[in-house]
Design a protein around this ligand. Sequence first.
Ligand SMILES: Cc1cc2nc3c(=O)[nH]c(=O)nc-3n(C[C@H](O)[C@H](O)[C@H](O)COP(=O)(O)OP(=O)(O)OC[C@H]3O[C@@H](n4cnc5c(N)ncnc54)[C@H](O)[C@@H]3O)c2cc1C
Length: 472
Amino acid sequence: MTDAEDQLIAEAERRLGAKAVITDPKEIEPWVTDWRGRVHGAAPAMLAPASTEEVAEIVRLAAEHRVPLVPQGGNTGMAAGATPPADGSALLLSMRRMNRIRSISAENRLAVAEAGVILATLHEAAHELGMRFPLTLGSRGSCTIGGLTSTNAGGTQVLKFGTMRSLVAGIEAVLPDGSIHNGLSGLKKDNRGYSLDQLLIGAEGTLGVITAVVLRLVPAIAARAVAWAGVESPQRALDLLRFLEARTGSIEGFELVAEDSLQLLLRHVPDTRAPLSGEHKWHVLVEATTADPHHDISAELERLLAAALEQGIIADAVLAASEAQAEAFWKLRDTISEAERAEGQTLAHDISVAVADMPRFITEASAEVERKFPGVVATGFGHLGDGNIHFHVRAGSHAAPGWYETEGEAITRFVDDLVTAAGGSISAEHGIGQLKRAELARLASPGRIHALRAIKHALDPSGIMNPGKLVP
Ligand SMILES: Cc1cc2nc3c(=O)[nH]c(=O)nc-3n(C[C@H](O)[C@H](O)[C@H](O)COP(=O)(O)OP(=O)(O)OC[C@H]3O[C@@H](n4cnc5c(N)ncnc54)[C@H](O)[C@@H]3O)c2cc1C
């Protein structure tokens, strides 16, 4: 521990009390490794403020002593953005004690949640009022509002409601000089120049500490219909989406699944079975929802799928006959990564290209990767309607200890080159963190890198906010 860290920790304890300063290595240990267990860090202390004022106090001390802070929510991020450096040169700033929902109103359709509120807790609070917060993801039981906002998270409802960026109506944050930005007014119109709120969304803790967020709510769902369809190709899947969207505003989920992924999960995940009897090269999970109790959403989706079948867009489809079957369909989609892990080594790439280009990208990029690295298996699944898929490459016959270190890097660079050549993004929803920083530096345009650095330097000249993350 450096003298500066020592002084900061002592001063923080004096001002904020022992509860806010954790130095027991056993308590810190679970929080210094990223969710995937790929990056291991160290921190001499974990600071745990309980209010915005306490965060401001800590940030002022950090600025004074020039000690970097690594903000952390649920530590479920996929890019190791919340993992401190291994040399112990930064302190963890856990936001989990700031976990109050300050207000929630069905009339305003807004909730003000502190940064440490767990997503599932917000879902429950909204549900009690007949409302919902329309963003969900697999980590909802652990991830926090601050982390979701800082990574501009996506999930399975982006098609209809957008990413966090469209669901955030205002932000309260502590800036790197310790001042408090209060953007909680929930104003629908505010054109006082640059939007600090928008800058903080997706900033991954590099521009300040988010302490509370105003979130948009929508009416709760009255009913949903979930279907599984078999299609010939990703292009046919996209045709289906456009066909449905032209006829209803109810489509909320639209997930592409490759036959290869389905076979893997049927092999590895207990209690799973294929929804359709015949063989199909590709599959689509469709969810339609309605907030209107008089709207027969199942009948509507069934009718539309029958029309799509008649027009040859899909080869077959089945509508979930019960909520349990709907859950079983979603389980198939949600356990693909788990099945891949059980099968062996897999490289994950969270990428996006223009929606219309995605079918061709999936087909061509998979073929190119498999040609360049014979023996591996490449496939894409996920949010086709957002132009965002998880492009995964399994080691296949190349599986061997150290595959990630040897061939893995070359494969990822190859995939990222293909994405960049297609005008896409090497990070669709997971952020850059530390895992993708080198690739961002390699592939981003000079203008983008210059702007990122200039903004970072303007707001955080001493570099105390999450150094070594995001900004190349
Ligand atoms: C099973 C599973 C499924 C997932 N599915 C999806 C998915 O579908 N879509 C998706 O987008 N992501 C997904 N994720 C990734 C992850 O859940 C999201 O990135 C989430 O937003 C991270 O929230 P967190 O609270 O865990 O943040 P953390 O991991 O703690 O932090 C993430 C980043 O935000 C910063 N940060 C955290 N809190 C603050 C704060 N208050 N102020 C400033 N900076 C802060 C951290 O420094 C770090 O850079 C999934 C993860 C898991 C484990």
